[in-house]
Design a protein around this ligand. Structure first.
Ligand code: KG4
Ligand code: ZN
Length: 363
């Protein structure tokens, strides 16, 4: 509860391939400060498989989590007894990793008699701009990472309305798969962006998925298949083919994203009035071309684009700690029965689009 005292919260993140812990302070006026934020990425462990291997991820979390937490506490100069709460991402994500983080948080909560907060990982992304720039509600979030592609109206803590989502692949996943088809290393997004900068975006007439539709959903698997078909037609590929394919794919993603977001912002306005900002988060928000496209979309919609610093856009412990602190301020704590969840929709009223099977997009 809001006691008037600053609350220190430990946050633990283990839903995918980052093991992370952080200590964040939330003051009574609602402002926040990161005291420590330790992230260990497992990219090296997964690189040779071309994607995240759930079993390897879970084992790596077990191996390093205690050390990462100790480091986060030491760097913050905080003892467990001083914590107002311990928060862990309880989903959505790879279930093995989620179990590791949530169980560890429960152990700390029990031993130190501290409240537990089971945080939705998507909620943590959604609330990050309130930590970084004290953004007021309501605002529109575009979240695009390896596991999620969503447009969400962030109306209040615990009050989220999903305006659009992907019906198949997540955006980062599509970048990764295209990179893999082209023989580029994992994670593929930055590689595709780099190759695209030297390519001709007009050489291939790739489809612009969902363009002009009245809903704000995304679809990326048809575009991915179109790229695959071109690769088979052209093989063996020359270096300029790779650059042109990357440029063509990225151009199609950009155009589709701009269209889907402009619809999402229109739906936002109809339901909630003018958004305070358009916020972008997730690894894909690191893409410079996408950032430029988002800037245009925000300007046309007469709103401001906010992209948290890269380290807080990708998965981290500070966002989990902060979401925990925001929930704690409202008295929203959890019991030891809190369950790890592979799937956990942010919007309680949203239904899963039909084509979720076999993709990470259902997160
Ligand atoms: O948020 P994130 O670090 O982790 C999760 O997936 O939760 O996002 C990683 C994803 C990967 O799919 C990666 O390829 C993509 O974000 N990504 C990019 C870029 N940098 C990272 N995609 C496109 N362009 C980039 N520059
Ligand atoms: Zn994430």
């Amino acid at each position: 509860m809001d006691s008037g005292q600053p609350n220190l919260v430990l946050g633990i993140e283990t839903t995918c391939d980052e093991t992370a812990a952080a200590v964040v302070e939330r003051r009574a006026d609602g402002s926040g400060k990161i005291l420590s934020n330790i992230v260990r990425s497992q990219t090296e462990e997964h690189a040779r498989f071309g994607g995240v291997v759930p079993e390897i991820a879970a084992r790596a979390h077990v191996d390093v989590l205690d050390g990462i937490i100790a480091q986060a506490m030491a760097e913050a100069g905080v003892g467990f007894a001083e914590l107002a709460a311990v928060a862990a991402a309880a989903g959505p994500g790879l279930i093995g990793g989620v179990i590791v983080g949530l169980t560890t948080a429960k152990a700390i909560a029990m031993v130190h008699d501290t409240p537990l907060i089971a945080v939705n990982h998507l909620e943590a992304h959604a609330l990050t701009p309130r930590l970084t720039c004290a953004l007021a509600f309501p605002y529109c979030l575009f979240l695009a990472s390896g596991g999620h592609t969503q447009i969400v109206a962030v109306v209040g803590v615990g009050d989220y309305v999903r305006l659009g989502t992907t019906v198949d692949d997540a955006m980062g996943e599509a970048f990764d798969k295209v990179a893999k088809m082209l023989g580029l290393p994992y994670p593929g997004g930055p590689q595709v962006e780099r190759m695209a900068s030297g390519g001709d975006p007009a050489r291939f007439a790739f489809p612009r998925p969902m363009l002009g539709r009245a809903d704000a959903n995304f679809s990326l698997s048809g575009l991915k298949t179109a790229v695959r078909n071109e690769i088979s037609r052209l093989s063996p590929l020359q270096p300029n083919d790779v650059s042109d394919l990357c440029a063509g794919f990225q151009a199609a993603v950009l155009e589709s994203t701009a269209d889907r977001l402009s619809v999402g912002l229109k739906l936002f306005r109809e339901k909630f009035g003018a958004p305070r900002a358009l916020v972008a988060a997730g690894g894909v928000a690191a893409n410079q071309a996408i950032r430029a496209a988002l800037q245009d979309v925000a300007a046309i919609a007469e709103t401001t684009l906010i992209i948290p610093p890269p380290a807080l856009c990708t998965d981290n412990g500070a966002m989990i700690a902060w979401a925990g602190a925001e929930r704690l301020a409202l008295g929203l704590t959890d019991t030891m029965d809190a369950a790890p969840r592979a799937r956990w929709l942010l919007d309680a009223n949203a239904t899963a689009p039909k084509k979720f099977a076999n993709t990470r997009a259902g997160f």
